[in-house]
Design a protein around this ligand. Structure first.
Ligand code: FE
Length: 351
């Protein structure tokens, strides 16, 4: 017996489109000789990555073994494990670490058109060793009741006398600050950046301590009037379960510096395939998955990071913080000048 399905022209087109779509999905997620598992070394906290990995497992049947830790510790671990390293994928929350991993020779080329088509060039390594998964920004944050935003303009202007004892920022061994200084070296040169760092240190309200959230809290506590911090920390506090934390965060606002000129400093969270990855196809499939609209929306909504893919909606909190012009520098270069940035901050007396 034969079943004949009668379809009209319009339905034929729809059928053809949907079969092409199914093929497209298969080409993304089903991998020939698929490995049943993939080993992920992640510098992202488990809560901020696990849901995406679980979705990936659900859709592909590939089991994800997750190891989380500090980026430096994970990099050293991959190095010492050498060719026997079980690591397939390395996830980092800063471009500095991804560049460092590449320089240490523990990553490999991921030649994948899907990555090239979905991630703007400045957000991925020119040799295809790493790609960004999300974008994060590091603007100025200020006490709404004590600072008139009209008194703010550029990062450079924070060295003005009027900000003496009013600025909080974490220490120079924090990689977000190192990358911020690297970006400045790229846009303004070393001499100007050193002078800026000295001027900023002179205006510190206290010896640097704590993380980005602590700088925001210090502003609210009145220890300082200005903080420099990544937006997702403030966004996280604004959406916290605890009412007290939400109320604290509501007393601080974001100011986007350097909008007329070089733009605000941005950084990325990103991913590399480990040099000795045994589950190569699964590793590639995972990276593609993290760049799908579905995953990008999750990052934007849950982590309050900016999607790297065009056309993905930002979370309401990020929308409320406003659009901005981002610093237009190669993130590879930002990573490469990390050591220089560190020395410069040391010379400026930035603890
Ligand atoms: Fe962070």
């Amino acid at each position: 017996m034969r079943f004949v399905i009668k379809v009209n022209r319009k339905e034929k087109v729809i059928l053809r489109i949907s079969s092409v779509f199914v093929l497209f999905l298969l080409s993304i997620f089903s991998v020939n000789s698929i490995a049943a598992e993939v080993n992920v070394y992640s510098a992202r906290k488990e809560a901020l990555i696990k849901p995406i990995l679980d979705d990936f497992s659900k859709e592909t049947g590939i089991k994800v073994n997750l190891i989380t830790g500090g980026a430096d510790a994970l990099i050293s671990r991959i190095q010492s494990e050498g060719q026997f390293s079980p690591a397939d994928v390395l996830i980092s929350t800063d471009v500095g670490r991804l560049v460092r991993a590449k320089q240490l020779g523990i990553t490999q080329v991921n030649a994948d058109d899907f990555v090239v088509e979905n991630v703007p060039a400045y957000l991925r390594d020119e040799d295809q060793h790493w790609t960004a998964l999300t974008l994060r920004a590091r603007p100025i944050m200020y006490a709404k009741d004590r600072v008139n935003p009209e008194s703010l303009s550029t990062m450079q202007a924070l060295t003005d006398e009027k900000w003496k004892n009013r600025i909080c920022i974490r220490s120079s061994n924090n990689i977000y600050n190192q990358s911020m200084i690297s970006g400045m070296i790229q846009t303004q040169g070393e001499a100007k950046t050193l002078a800026w760092a000295k001027g900023l240190v002179a205006n510190f309200a206290r010896t640097p301590k704590g993380g980005d959230r602590d700088q925001i809290k210090a502003v609210v506590a009145g220890e300082c009037d200005i903080a420099i911090a990544n937006t997702y920390y403030l966004a996280g506090m604004l959406n916290d379960e605890e009412e007290a934390t939400r109320k604290t965060a509501q007393q601080v606002a974001v100011f986007w510096p350097d909008q007329e000129t070089i733009g605000a400093h941005v950084n990325i969270s990103g991913v590399s395939i480990a040099k000795h990855a045994k589950n190569l196809d699964a590793a590639k499939a995972l990276i593609r998955f993290m760049l799908t609209d579905e995953a990008q929306v999750w990052y934007a909504e849950t982590n309050h990071e900016y999607p790297v893919k065009e056309g993905i909606k930002w979370s309401q909190t990020l929308q409320d913080m406003g659009t901005f012009k981002a610093q237009d520098v190669s993130l590879s270069k930002v990573g490469e000048t990390n050591a220089k940035a560190l020395m410069l901050m040391d010379s400026a007396g930035w603890r």
